[in-house]
Design a protein around this ligand. Structure first.
Ligand code: SAH
Ligand code: SF4
Ligand code: F3S
Length: 440
């Protein structure tokens, strides 16, 4: 039988990647198969992000592109799901009447019901989560034969950083029961999965509303599961990273020695206005603790430039601080005004031109640091989990070290995705390390 086909476009963070795969599982239960060829698809989902304006612009472009396809093939069902869908709701139909349905962030388990209803009635449908969001219902995990999988552990966010839209579109924080997570990972270990990445807006607050449960306990349990070579997680909120978690990681077999601790800014005044809940001194002490406990760890961060009220002085503090921290990498963002958040109505919004100048300076400083740190690895041998051929060259393979460095080498042996190989680094760049695999 000819299968009906679906295609999902995913924007935004890993949580969206994970939701997209889980929506795919549901569609497969309806008898659909995924396709890379858009012309073949009769269900098209756009899983959206609204964390910055730039994401929203891209998504509106994509929604527009589908219009022509639908004109050619009216059978196509177009669903807009995820964070921007949750934020915009019915408004999306006004902008783009060719959308069939809008599904909110905590409603992905309703996907098949909505699709069945649309097939019967062909009416616009919206199904959004209430403000609190509630605990999303469990949906079946992805069925692919991937070696690396995402595992959500918390949904939503209670932090309300003043610049951020996520708590408004993802609802309040809820933790999945530990047993559900452990069962899921145990099942993966039996199907050949080698790496799991635990997901949450603030994984360190996992289990707060459950009894006898914490992120440290969860990591401890997952570390025991045989077959899972690497456990990663994101994102850690610096305010909530406990000594117990650091201790479990230090003594673990499989939890990766990579800490992603978004600092967001280098000035106490701005951190306070951002409602981050820590000072530079708190953060500095935390990093000392982490680096003492896990000396070979890598450290990465997120930073926003151009938050309202950011002065030249604040920006200088930021540059000084990133020089002091010496991050392996920093994900740098231009502040983007999100209406409905407290920062959007703050005075002294920073001019676009100034923001961009500052971002360029920040990136230049950080790139130099990243390169210096990577250069020190030249001549050393690192253990890499093979991911497969690189995008641009079939003969060049790619993988990552435990501390999340991307490594490229020319394949001359039998290594396959999921294997661990030793690679001697001979050329370090800002974002990647190049080397030769050691065989035999
Ligand atoms: N919950 C995670 C990630 C949230 S979104 C965390 O707290 O770390 C990922 C990153 O986007 C954030 O760390 C922040 O640096 C950035 N970000 C969030 N809102 C933004 C905005 N309005 N403008 C620019 N960057 C933003
Ligand atoms: Fe946004 Fe802050 Fe929550 Fe992260 S912790 S999702 S930045 S509100
Ligand atoms: Fe974007 Fe939603 Fe993730 S707004 S960053 S997709 S939680």
């Amino acid at each position: 039988m000819e299968h009906n086909r679906y295609k999902v476009f995913t924007y935004g963070c890993q949580m969206n990647e994970s939701d997209s795969l889980r929506m795919g599982t549901q569609l497969e239960q309806l008898g659909y198969k995924s396709t890379e060829n858009l012309e073949d698809a009769t269900i098209i989902l756009i899983n959206t992000c609204c964390v910055r304006e730039s994401a929203e612009k891209k998504i509106h472009g994509k929604i527009g592109e589908i219009k022509n396809l639908k004109r050619k093939n009216p059978e196509i069902i177009l669903g807009v799901v995820g964070c921007m869908a949750q934020k915009e709701g019915e408004k999306l139909f006004r902008k783009a009447p060719h959308i069939d349905f809008v599904l909110g962030t905590n409603k992905i388990h309703e996907l098949n019901n909505v699709i069945n209803d649309i097939k019967m009635s062909r009416h616009h449908m919206t199904n959004l989560a209430p403000d609190d969001g509630g605990m999303p219902q469990e949906v079946l995990p992805p069925t692919s034969d991937a070696l690396s999988v995402w595992v959500p552990i918390t949904y939503g966010c209670n932090n309300f950083c003043t610049y951020c839209i996520v708590p408004y579109v993802r609802g309040r924080e809820h933790s999945r029961p530990m047993s559900a997570i452990i069962d899921e990972v145990q099942n993966y270990s039996k199907t050949g999965v080698k790496e799991v990445t635990l997901l949450g807006q603030n994984v360190n607050s996992y289990g707060k509303e459950l009894t006898d449960t914490s992120f440290a306990k969860l990591l401890y349990e997952l570390d025991k599961i045989d077959g899972i070579e690497r456990v990663r997680y994101m994102t850690s909120h610096p305010r909530d990273l406990s000594d117990e978690v650091i201790d479990v990681i230090r003594n673990s077999r499989h939890i990766c020695s990579h800490f992603h601790l978004p600092v967001q800014h280098g000035s106490d005044r701005i951190l306070k206005a951002m409602n981050r809940g820590y000072t530079i001194e708190n953060y500095r002490n935390l990093i000392k603790k982490v680096r003492t406990a896990v000396p070979d760890c890598s450290l990465t961060t997120d930073i926003i430039v151009g938050f309202p009220g950011e002065t030249d002085e604040d920006f200088k503090d930021m540059l000084e601080f990133i020089k002091e921290m010496r991050y392996d990498a920093a994900y740098t963002f231009l502040y983007s005004k999100r209406s409905g958040t407290p920062a959007a109505t703050m005075e002294n919004q920073v001019e676009e031109k100034v923001k961009k100048e500052r971002l360029n300076k920040l990136m230049a400083v950080q790139n130099e640091i990243s390169l210096e740190i990577n250069k020190k690895l030249e001549g050393s041998v690192v253990e890499v989990m093979v991911e497969g051929p690189s995008r641009t060259d079939e003969a060049v393979y790619t993988g990552r070290t435990s501390n999340n460095k991307i490594v490229l080498w020319e394949k001359r042996g039998q290594e396959q995705a999921g294997d661990l190989v030793q690679v001697k680094i001979n050329h370090a760049q800002t974002w990647v390390l190049k080397g030769d695999a050691i065989y035999g």
